[in-house]
Design a protein around this ligand. Sequence first.
Ligand code: PHE
Length: 358
Amino acid sequence: MEDLDKLKSDLSALIVGAADLAGLEAARIEALGRNGRITQLLKGLGQMDAEARREAGQKFNVLKNEIGAALDARKAQLEDSTIDARLAAEKIDITLPPRSQRSGRIHPISQTMDEVIAIFGEMGFTVAEGPDIEEDWYNFTALNIPPEHPARQNHDTFYLDAEKNGAPLLLRTHTSPVQIRTMQNTKPPLRIIAPGRTYRCDHDATHSPMFHQVEGLVIDEATHMGHLKGCLVDFCRAFFGIDDLPVRFRPSYFPFTEPSAEVDIGCSFAGGTLTIGAGEGWLEILGSGMVNPKVLENCGIDSTKYQGFAFGMGIERIAMLKYGIPDLRTFYESDVRWLNHYGFAALDVPSLVGRARP
Ligand code: PHE
C-alpha cells in the first residue's frame, strides 16, 4: 500500500503549485478523478478483509477530506487573485491632473460677419453670394463703370490671364457685382446682403490685397432715401451697441448710385485714443446711395417702376473699430497668440447689440 504521508505531501504540493484554475482542475483529477490516486485507494478497499478495510477506510477518508479541503482553499485563493489582478489593471488614478483641453477661437472677421448678418437678418434681409472670380461686366460695366471711366483706375484690379465674353476675368474689387447678379436672377422686391472676399492690389497698415465687404441691396416700388438713412442708422447703432451713436450722411459719388452718400459715425480722438460714440470727430465706415436707374436698366428692371438703395462696407474696418484691433495686416498672419487675444469663444451667439468681450 502506498505511503499515505508521501501521497498527501505530493498532492498538496500539486495543489499549492497550481498557478491558475486550469492547473488546479488538473490536480483535482490527479487526486480525486475517476482514475485519481485517492480514488484508486478507495477502490482497493473491496479486496481487503473487514478488519483492514475499516482501518484503511478511515485513513483514506481522512486523506480524501484533507485533499478536498486543500483544493477548495486553493480555488478560493486563485479566484481572489484573479479579481485582484483585474482591479489593479482597471484602476483609474483620479489624483492625476487632467490634460488641459485647447479650444479654438472664432476669427474676428467671421465673428463680425456673423454679427452683421444677424443685424440685417432681423431687418428681413437674406444672404446672397457671387463668385470671387468675376467678369468685367458684373464688376464694372453693368455698375455704370464703362471701360473709359476714371473709377476703374482707382480699383487697382487684379486681372487674370483668361478672358470671358471678350474681356479679361478679374478678382472682384468689391461685392457690388452681387447686386447685378441678384437683380438679373430675382424679380423685385429684393432685400439682400452679400458678404464675401474682395481683392485690390494694395498693401499697407490699412489695406490688404484680400479683404472682406458686405454689400446691401433693397429694391421695390416705394423705397426712398429716408429708408436708406433709417436702415443704416439702425445698423450702425446696433453693431456698435450705442443707442445714441451719432451717424452722419455726407454727399459722395459712386457711379452705381445717385445720389450717393458716405456714412460716418461720431467719435473722439482725445488724448490719442479713439472712443466711438463720443466727441467731435467723425469716422467713415461705409458707402451708400440710391441705385442708379442706369444700373436697374442694365439688369432689365424698369427704372420708372422700381427704385431702391445699396450700400457697401469693409468688414475689417468695422471689426478694427469695434474691437480695437490696430493693424489690418495682423488679421491674416495666422498668429495663434493674436487669435487667442482677439478671437471669440466658439459658442458665443452673435447678439444684435454690442457685446462684452469674452
Ligand atoms: N462698392 C463700393 C466700394 O467698394 C461701396 C458701395 C456699395 C457704395 C454700394 C455704394 C453702394 O467702395
